[in-house]
Design a protein around this ligand. Structure first.
Ligand SMILES: C[S@@+](CC[C@H](N)C(=O)[O-])C[C@H]1O[C@@H](n2cnc3c(N)ncnc32)[C@H](O)[C@@H]1O
Length: 274
């Protein structure tokens, strides 16, 4: 098993561009849910695996009298963040600690599903929360791929997820059930929301997935997961405006430590109620 960023998701220009597209496409979903959960002006916020820092910046604008700690194992994308109420920290969430009750808001997008220690990380995040605070975790879930009517698209995304599972320990299906982990770990007011997006070739969403697969092109071929022909066919589909399918779904799951202090929580889905 290797570490994130070692040979997959290496932070080069192409990965920086992919992360930028990720933010353009997915930030509105994150910020809508953060707003509905309630970020108070004096909130102390932790953005884990902050990437390019777009959500850290947004949190800093909401928590004007509070503070934001933006962490990552690679902080190169966080250089341009305003310094006023944002602290950038090189920090590995699988081993680094924070004192108990340090934060009111903790957010991590597309980080925990890559970490084999994900449930233990969530347990430690709960201890970092102050009473009333919440954790919001966002992760992709592969179920729309399993039912895709397009064999090439289905095969390429599945084989890519096999590559990252075997190399990093990424679980592309964990998100489907992980609201249950919040409940088991003692969070209250647990909730979840799953967004399934229609994917059309040539759109920013399709571009994000094309860039994601391209990043692993050589490994996918070199390790025998896919052929050059299969990959070329998938890239063509993802650029074709006549191609319509569903992208991997985004699962947002959250839980509070004791009772929420701020705005009321979102309605919970039946699967997430406890
Ligand atoms: C797919 S990117 C998502 C970036 C950002 N969360 C976003 O959604 O825009 C995953 C991020 O998690 C970071 N990361 C991976 N493993 C980590 C760890 N153990 N501790 C902290 N950050 C980590 C990576 O460096 C990368 O910036």
């Amino acid at each position: 098993m290797e570490h994130y960023g070692e040979s997959l998701f290496v932070r080069d220009d192409q990965e920086s561009r992919r992360l930028k597209v990720l933010c353009d496409v997915f930030d509105p979903l994150a910020t809508t849910t953060l707003d509905r959960l309630g970020v108070r002006p004096d909130a102390r916020c932790l953005e884990v695996g902050a990437g390019t820092g777009s959500i850290a910046r947004w949190l800093a604008q909401r928590a004007v009298d509070g503070e934001v700690v933006a962490t990552d194992i690679d902080t190169s994308g966080l250089r341009g963040l305003p310094e006023d109420n944002i602290t950038v920290l090189r920090h590995d969430v699988t081993s680094g600690e924070f004192p108990e009750s340090s934060f009111d808001v903790i957010h991590a997008r597309l980080v925990l599903s890559h970490l084999p220690e994900r449930d233990e990380v969530l347990r430690r995040m709960r201890s970092w929360l102050a009473p009333g605070g919440f954790v919001l975790i966002e992760s992709f879930c592969w179920f729309p791929i399993d039912s895709s009517p397009h064999p090439v698209y289905r095969q390429v995304l599945r084989r890519w997820s096999d590559l990252i599972r075997r190399s990093l320990g990424t679980d592309s299906w964990w998100a489907r059930t992980h609201p249950g982990s919040f409940a088991k770990l003692g969070f209250s007011e647990v909730g979840a929301n799953t967004v399934t997006q229609n994917l059309r070739g040539g759109t920013p969403l399709a571009d994000f997935w094309r860039l994601t697969i391209t990043m692993s092109h050589d490994q996918l071929i070199g390790k025998g997961y896919l052929t050059e022909a299969e990959l070329s066919a998938a890239y063509l589909l993802l650029e074709d405006p006549d191609f319509w399918d569903l992208s991997p779904a985004l699962v947002q799951a959250w839980g509070h430590k004791e009772q929420p202090l701020a705005a009321g929580p979102l309605e919970t889905t039946p699967a997430a109620q406890h």
